[in-house]
Design a protein around this ligand. Structure first.
Ligand code: SAH
Length: 214
């Protein structure tokens, strides 16, 4: 896998831009500096990999905008070694950034085409998720629960109860909620029964859908 000086230079400029847009978490910025986004995009779009924009990937889905990846990764407030579940693997870019942050990563994708494509890609990379799961993220992944953090990368109409249940006490769920447009919500589990909620403003995601698509 190639990463030219030009691509590295463009990536440094993107990191500077994200910092100007208010991303200050050094662990996140460094992880993004060390993760070539063009590896996760179609070759025809590579040239735009370091624009702060979302682009199409397979199965009518999108690779998230770098600012969104940075923002969501910061909200997780994780430390190295934390166990994290991601819903919506997609291209694998957000997954790779979280792995680069030193997290133990589990990730779920419902589109079989993307699951296959991204599994093959991770086989070629040095760092991989602990497990890439083909399934419905609404259900979470109870085998490895509870998690220090759960990140949803698609817009959900409501808060999936099963995801809240799979958080450790003190753990966080970061999830965009809304039908057409979404608001970014952070849920922190403060006891068996109670959650603290914070709204972090407007974003735009492809929808979180129930069931799998083979
Ligand atoms: N983090 C990804 C985002 C991809 S878009 C990236 O930057 O590439 C969101 C992804 O969530 C899509 O791939 C979509 O298929 C997936 N998705 C939607 N509903 C899901 C569900 N219920 N379970 C698992 N994945 C889901």
């Amino acid at each position: 896998m190639k990463d030219t000086l030009i691509q590295q230079g463009r990536r440094n400029n993107l990191i500077r831009l994200l910092n100007q847009k208010g991303i200050t978490d050094k662990n996140v910025l460094e992880a993004m500096r060390n993760t070539p986004r063009h590896w996760f995009m179609d070759t025809g779009l590579e040239e735009w990999a370091y624009e702060d924009k979302a682009y199409p990937i397979a199965a009518n889905q999108t690779i998230s905008q770098p600012y969104t990846v940075a923002f969501q990764s910061s909200l997780l407030q994780t430390k190295k070694g934390d166990k994290v579940l991601e819903i919506g693997t997609g291209s694998g870019y957000q997954t790779a950034v979280l792995i680069e942050m030193g997290l133990e990563l589990y990730t779920i994708e419902r589109q079989h085409e993307l699951f296959k494509k991204t599994s093959l890609l991770f086989n070629k990379l040095k760092k991989k998720p602990k497990k890439l799961i083909f399934g419905d993220g609404y259900k979470g992944f109870s085998t490895k629960a509870p998690y220090d953090a759960i990140l949803v990368t698609a817009g959900s109409e409501s808060i999936p109860e099963r995801l809240l249940e799979q958080l450790k006490i003190g753990g966080r769920l970061v999830i965009p909620v809304g039908k057409k447009d979404q608001e970014m919500w952070e849920y922190t589990r403060i006891s068996e029964e109670d959650y603290d909620k914070k709204n972090h403003g407007a974003f735009n995601f492809v929808p979180l859908l129930e069931g799998i698509n083979i």
